[in-house]
Ligand binder design. Structure first.
Ligand code: ZN
Ligand code: ZN
Length: 258
């Protein structure tokens, strides 16, 4: 009788353990995803494996105002020479990465090949950096850098809008793409120097109506000289907005000769 009871209890334990094992396997299969960069299996929240997270070109040493990458020996809250001589129209700029491999390739795929899925890891990384570096500054609305209508028809997506939607979802902040409009087509900024970029952007954006916000964040994919951010921030401040943050995926170091 005792033997029979022991056998029964062992069998019961076996069944319970086996069910638990199956449940754990199922749970693992459901939570495990592929790393966006190397495709290894991962449980990491960003959907980027721990190894790739370490290798990504995080913009950790940057000017606290314009996020210009700074020499690594200058750590902490530093302000670059440019911001010390003339403060930009925006209040602060945060960028997750420097514009290098593999972030450069990921942004290109999002921008030129309509591979929208890249907005997910890039948006999640930007969100993480915002929470780490600027948790107290919470804008009321996110404004993606607008794209001219004809260009959007060709490209199909506005990459800034896709990134803003992801970040907005993480932070529960609405995205409003109708506050600023691009009214004039401009030459590709990447082909121009700093002075030409400013001239190129003159009169190319307009603020619609009188926005009822005090603090907004402009969201963009790449910031180079900051001419677009500067133009938009100035327009928004002229329209009565008090505080303008810039949230961007990547920053290119300003070339010395431009
Ligand atoms: Zn990886
Ligand atoms: Zn600066």
């Amino acid at each position: 009788m005792i033997k029979a009871l022991t056998r029964l209890s062992t069998r019961k334990r076996f069944l319970v353990n086996s069910a638990a094992r199956h449940f754990a396997t199922l749970q693992k299969a459901l939570t495990e995803r592929s790393c966006f960069f190397c495709h290894a299996r991962t449980h990491e929240a960003l959907d980027i494996c721990a190894g790739c997270q370490l290798d990504l070109p995080w913009n950790t040493n940057a000017c606290r105002i314009c996020s210009e990458p700074m020499p690594s020996q200058l750590s902490g809250q530093v302000t670059c020479g440019k911001c010390l001589t003339s403060q930009p129209a925006f209040d602060r700029c945060l960028t997750a990465f420097t514009f290098e491999f593999p972030v450069r390739q990921a942004i290109h795929q999002l921008k030129y090949s309509q591979q929208c899925y890249w907005s997910r890891p890039l948006g999640a990384c930007l969100h993480r950096v915002i929470e780490q570096q600027s948790p107290l500054y919470r804008p009321e609305v996110l404004i993606p850098v607008p794209m001219e209508r004809a260009k959007k028809r060709i490209r199909k997506i506005n990459q800034s809008e896709e990134i803003a939607k992801r970040v907005g979802k993480h932070m529960r902040i609405p995205v409003d793409g109708k506050i600023v409009r691009k009214i004039r087509a401009t030459s590709a900024q990447s082909t121009l120097n700093k002075r030409e970029r400013r001239q190129n952007l003159r009169g190319s954006f307009e603020v619609i109506g009188k926005p009822a916000y005090q603090h907004v964040a402009i969201v963009d994919d790449v910031i180079t000289t900051g001419a677009t951010a500067e133009t938009l921030a100035r327009l928004l401040k002229q329209a009565g907005i008090e505080e303008v943050s810039i949230w961007c995926i990547a920053r290119t170091p300003t070339p010395a000769h431009k």
